[in-house]
Design a binder for this molecule. Sequence first.
Ligand code: BG6
Length: 514
Amino acid sequence: MSPRRITADANPLRDPRDKRLPRIAGPCSMVMFGVTGDLARRKLMPAIYDLANRGLLPPGFSLVGFARRDWADQDFGKIVYEAVKEHARTPFREEVWRSLSEGIRFVPGSFDDDAAFDLLAATVAELDEQRGTGGNHAFYLSIPPGSFATVCQQLERCGLSSPAHGAWRRVVIEKPFGHDLESARELNAIVENVFPADSVFRIDHYLGKETVQNLLALRFANTMFEPVWNNRYVDHVQITMAEDIGIGGRAGYYDGIGAARDVIQNHLLQLLALTAMEEPVSFDAHNVRLEKEKVLSAVQLPHDLATGTARGQYSAGWQGGERVVGYLEEDGVAADSRTETYAALRLDVDSRRWAGVPFYLRTGKRLGKRVTEIAVVFTRAPHLPFADTATEELGQNAVVIRVQPDEGVTLRFGAKVPGAQMEVRDVSMDFGYGRSFTESSPEAYERLILDVLLGEPPLFPRHEEVEQSWRILDPIEKYWASKGRTPDQYVAGGWGPASADDLMHRDGREWRLP
Ligand code: BG6
């Protein structure tokens, strides 16, 4: 049966007033490794359906799963169907699903099984014949980094890594990109030995978030922020990624990795880079990445890692009215684990723009609520022509980029309290995505998968950025390991260990209460 084309005009989810040209991927398929994992089920498969539902996938788009399961195409199709039903962002439409499911294939096998990869190559060639995928195939490695080498070598051995003339092959790799600088370099050598650098797409899903991209719009499409975005006006920057969840069933991955490697090395340092970088010459991949690399290379660690960093581990507590266990009681966590579930650090950026402006980063599991934000906090006015009592309740001005969940931007400034006296107090002015736009934000993975299929790399960190992040993190990890003690405890549902507050207090500052 030939697949039905979903044209942009026929798609009821598209606002007919939207005259922008849709970015629709050309003929292609995606081969996914790690389809039995949580990420594939919760994010990747639903994102593919959502793209199809928005009319952004080509008509013959095909999805090939590869795993060590005794499944036929239909069994895998059922797994995808359930994932879509449960986790897709957009409404379920039978005709979209039917068209998508026609292109679902499954290849059973393990990574060291030559015959399975030969079968994969035959399946992919068949798709080119049957579904017009044009020799264009993306390989999504949602698997532990320990298996990257084997899979890449297999893809090379059976000819899947080299495209025919005019076609493309791309590889998508999920974090963690190594465990430290050295292992990241090794990993990179393995992948880039098989795929050329411009065919390697490293996923940092924070870069796919609308609000993170909006940071660039806010800074570089306006005139009023950039003139004050420097050490003349900015006192400090706080980047917070707080999660209310624990580690769930992810002990196998998380224990031994910890908060800093899990999210600071990638998401938080990327947020820092976007907040602090200079304006790129243009928004093409080369120039955006170049500016991020420059600013990351200017990041300096605190002189004293004992006072400039803090780490914690959650103990039992209450969250959302429920009693939750401590990290050490979680399934699969060693009773004497020293893995941190909270990390905070102070970093400096050695540049003319940022000299003397600390960047405070913090992240943790089982904190008071789920919130990610970047707060640029300004210096106090050099002079206040009011009586002291008039400004007692005036704080510092701030621009807060609310990454999630309440996506938007807040400006905090002082305003006169109505009445006969002059009294100035903090107020907020809010931009909220939900109120200003009719379109809902796509999931990060929708944007990133589409960019892979379109071959547009600006939102994917280059290896040099990954190396810079490990350069920053390695000494901290080494220092923590050398202390040989368990991280400071904090109660689940709270805001992290006292040592993180001390870190701020020593600088005469406070963490914001998001
Ligand atoms: C992942 C981390 O990269 O990001 C997880 O491995 C974390 O530990 C997740 O929970 C958070 O993503 P988001 O999009 O929910 O903020």
